[in-house]
Design a protein around this ligand. Structure first.
Ligand code: MG
Length: 369
């Protein structure tokens, strides 16, 4: 199953609800997404996607992904796409780091492997344990009334988990959380996610203002693990860490600082690394939110397979980002239902890319004949 050609495509993903606002004045209306298509000598093709959440969310950007893939694509030619270890060795031999770019290749090769084996990726990741699972939506930072209205609209669609974008004034942020709690019901979960927007003192003020509120989880209050550890000592709010959990080593360093990890495929380098961290974390008693920084149908499919193969007890929630965005390259599949998601059942990622939606590749690498 040697790789015969690599095509890299770009398309724009527009946010479905106007502007997506995070702490630090980070505002997004549309993002460039990058799709990798891997074709083998046997004619099997797989797809993967990477879409950084702008250039200031993580050390990643769309331009960076495309430049990195330009370095990686020639090194992949001739490698067995179904040998994920060989694929990563080839990538690491051509370019150090840049896991978010490698993630798209990794996912495309899992798609090839599943198609070659005739089974869904969820089977290869350990097997389906969660036939369907709860989804969440992120609520952009804004005036309290806007955030409450957004929560009510998504709640009407069946969503029961809401991640509030915070990290501005800690007292106003606490008021946002309390107002949303009022608009939700028993069994709903509200995640106060500052995206590292508070430094120590404001994070401590926010934690104190939210102390004792049931149904509230505290996500990535500060930008560094060191600060999060200090905040952790000052609150009983269950903690989720996200941006700082970049690899297995970070997970081990942070163990004890969180009950849950927001596991993003691109941040850790793809499904291969995310599966390892999921399996390790499950045995350590951690829960997971499974998703990616941003993305469309292909990202959603990859996320769905990892989420479905996670023990339901350890799966906090997942996101179907193709519900958050307007542009679809695989027929708006997989599709959420009443606030819940499920993995596609077809081979590989189980979704079919519409070539017309991708247009011409940005660039390609192919084996000399
Ligand atoms: Mg987060």
């Amino acid at each position: 199953m040697r790789i015969e050609r690599v095509d890299v495509y770009g398309y724009d993903l527009r946010y479905a609800h106007g502007e997506y606002v995070m702490s630090g004045g980070r505002t997004i209306a549309s993002l460039p997404s990058t799709v990798v298509r891997i074709e083998t000598e046997d004619g099997i093709a797989g797809h993967g996607e990477t879409c950084p959440l702008g250039a200031t969310y993580l050390p990643a950007s769309a331009a960076g992904a495309r430049a990195a893939l330009g370095e990686l694509a020639p090194a992949l030619l001739g490698v067995d796409a179904t040998n994920l270890a060989a694929v990563h060795d080839a990538m690491d031999g051509a370019l150090r780091g840049h896991g978010y770019a490698k993630s798209a290749v990794d996912i495309a090769c899992w798609d090839v492997l599943g198609r070659a084996a005739g089974v869904p990726v969820s089977t290869l990741l350990g097997g389906v344990r969660a036939p369907d699972f709860p989804l969440y939506v992120a609520i952009p930072l804004g005036p309290v009334d806007d955030m409450v209205a957004h929560v009510r609209a998504r709640r009407d669609e069946g969503i029961r988990r809401f991640q509030l974008k915070l990290g501005a004034d800690p007292r106003e942020d606490a008021a946002r959380v309390r107002a949303v709690l009022e608009a939700t019901q028993e069994g709903d979960v509200v995640i106060a996610d500052a995206n590292g927007g508070w430094r120590l003192q404001d994070a401590t003020i926010a934690a104190r203002a939210l102390e004792g509120l049931d149904r509230v989880l505290f996500e990535q209050p500060c930008p560094t693990l060191e600060e999060c550890l200090v905040v952790r000592d000052r609150t009983t709010l269950p903690m989720v860490l996200d941006e700082v959990i970049t690899d297995v080593q970070a997970l081990i360093r942070a163990y004890g600082a969180m009950e849950a990890i927001n596991l993003k495929l691109g941040r850790v380098g793809g499904l291969t690394a995310a599966r390892l961290m999921r399996d390790l974390g499950e045995r350590l008693g951690l829960r997971f939110t499974i998703e990616d920084s941003w993305g469309g149908d292909l990202t959603t499919a990859a996320v769905a397979h990892l989420a479905a193969s996670t023990h339901p007890e350890q799966l906090l929630m997942a996101s179907f980002m193709n519900d958050w965005t307007l542009d679809h390259v695989a027929g708006y599949e997989p599709r959420s239902r009443d606030g819940r998601g499920a993995a596609p059942t077809g081979p590989g990622l189980g979704v079919e890319v519409d070539p017309g939606a991708l247009g011409e590749p940005l660039f390609s690498a192919r084996r000399a004949t």
